[in-house]
Design a protein around this ligand. Structure first.
Ligand code: PLP
Length: 438
């Protein structure tokens, strides 16, 4: 089997810098430049890296190991159909199972009838609808903050917010396992970019104490870490930020709807209302739309509305999406408690079931369940087996995760039934035996 080096989905910060020459880069991924590059290829400065990706993906496809970008043809609760085959979806972020919720779908349809499918452009000029105002008010209310701003995606939200806030001389201090959108925001910002060891509050304090007292200090972390499913130590992070006069920004991409009895996220989980200065969230996971938001005090949001370049110079979310988001937050209010109870039960059932089969599920305490397999090869073999036997799951490989910690990432949701979960555990167990993991 090939050294795939299928370094896809590098959405944390484990990515090393790419080696500088085509030869070393290709060789490190099991591809040799001399044989990889067709002789007739015009070789400008970009060719080698484009060619290298072509080789990698072709190799994986030829060995039936490429399961990315599969078009989903049908959605039926947690089941999907891809290439005519019915599969149980475990590569989803729809934690509370709100995809296809009838109230949310009806709101989107009504918005298309009323406003059409697009807007007059960017929000600051002609693009703001009354729906956008209602959407931001709804989010602010849910987050229990004065105001909120919505960006085109969650990725853009982190990029735009961090780069708008952290100027020359300021410091941004980021957990090493933070999502790529946070890392990219830190790289784009003009200040000092510093990282602390994952969820290590002593290391965070060390970094904070190194920063000059008279500069802006932004500490940023995921609430639930997207590769391992563990939770930020919010109480200590808040205490440190207060002590060192730093602002705390928390990304609730995977905690909205998931943490807290009523799905309000990490503040509810730790019973610390109002603890976070800058509450970030996505609208593409528990909320079945697209977009990202920042909720905070009204002066902060006003600042972002006028200075965050990816907001000022980019289009508004469509009317259908805005209406779906508003209705989804209303649905959360009505249904989160019940759905959350089911989700917690499913998380326990799934993790305990996998562990009983002999799997290592890492440090997760949330619906993000890593099935640790070690090598890339095992991860790919298990993925192929699962995909061929009715479970839609994908591998996470280095450098998205540290070397030697390749895994399948299986997300369980409130839409899965107990029978669904048992079915999946059995398929994972068979796959684990085939790949020599258990
Ligand atoms: C922690 C975290 N933040 C931000 C994002 C980006 O959100 P979106 O996909 O809505 O752009 C993701 C996406 O997976 C994420 O996991």
């Amino acid at each position: 089997m090939h050294n795939f080096g299928l370094h896809l989905l590098p959405d944390t910060v484990h990515s090393p810098d790419q080696p500088g020459s085509p030869e070393t880069y290709l060789a490190s991924n099991g591809v040799h430049a001399a044989t990889a590059m067709p002789a007739e290829t015009q070789n400008d400065g970009f060719t080698w890296k484009i060619e290298e990706w072509w080789q990698r993906t072709q190799n994986a496809r030829e060995e039936d190991l490429y399961y990315y970008f599969q078009p989903v043809e049908e959605v039926d609760g947690p089941w999907v159909v891809t290439e005519g085959q019915r599969k149980l979806m475990f590569a989803t972020y729809s934690y509370l199972g709100l995809l296809n919720h009838p109230r949310i779908a009806a709101a989107a349809k009504a918005a298309v009838d009323k406003y059409g499918t697009g807007t007059h452009g960017v929000r600051i000029l002609g693009g703001t609808l009354d729906l956008h105002v209602e959407m931001e008010e709804t989010i602010a209310q849910f987050a229990n903050r004065e105001d909120a701003i919505v960006f085109a995606t969650g990725y853009v939200t982190n990029l735009a917010t961090i780069s708008a806030l952290v100027g020359r001389g300021d410091w941004v201090i980021s957990d090493k396992w933070n999502h790529a959108s946070i890392v990219d925001g830190c790289l784009l910002a003009r200040g000092q970019f510093v990282r602390y060891r994952h969820n290590d509050m002593d290391d965070l304090e060390r970094r904070l104490s190194e920063a000059p007292t008279d500069v802006g200090k932004l500490v940023v972390a995921d609430a639930v870490f997207s590769m391992d499913g563990d939770i930020l130590d919010l109480p200590t992070a808040v205490a440190l930020c207060r002590r060192y006069n730093a602002r705390l920004m928390v990304d609730e991409a995977h905690s909205l709807g998931v943490l807290g009895k009523t799905g309000h996220g990490i503040e509810e989980h730790f019973n610390m209302p109002g603890a976070i200065d800058i509450k970030m969230g996505t609208l593409s996971k528990t909320i079945p739309g697209v977009g990202g938001y920042i909720a905070g005090d009204k002066k902060l949001i006003n600042y972002l509305r006028h200075t965050a370049r990816a907001f000022v110079f980019s289009a508004a979310v469509s009317p259908a999406v805005a209406a779906a988001i508003i209705e989804a937050f209303h649905v959360l209010k009505d249904e989160a408690v019940e759905r959350n109870q089911i989700l917690s039960r499913n998380v326990r059932h799934f993790i305990e079931g996998l562990q009983a089969q002999g799997f290592d599920t890492g440090i997760t305490v949330t619906p993000i369940v890593p099935i640790m397999v070690g090598s890339e090869e095992r991860a790919m073999i298990m993925t192929r087996y699962c995909q061929q036997h009715g479970v839609f799951v994908l591998p996470v490989l280095p450098p998205a995760v540290p070397e030697g910690s390749a895994r399948l990432r299986a997300n369980v949701t409130a839409a899965h039934t107990a029978e669904d979960i048992d079915f999946a555990i059995n398929v994972f167990a068979e796959a684990g035996r085939v790949a020599g993991v258990i």
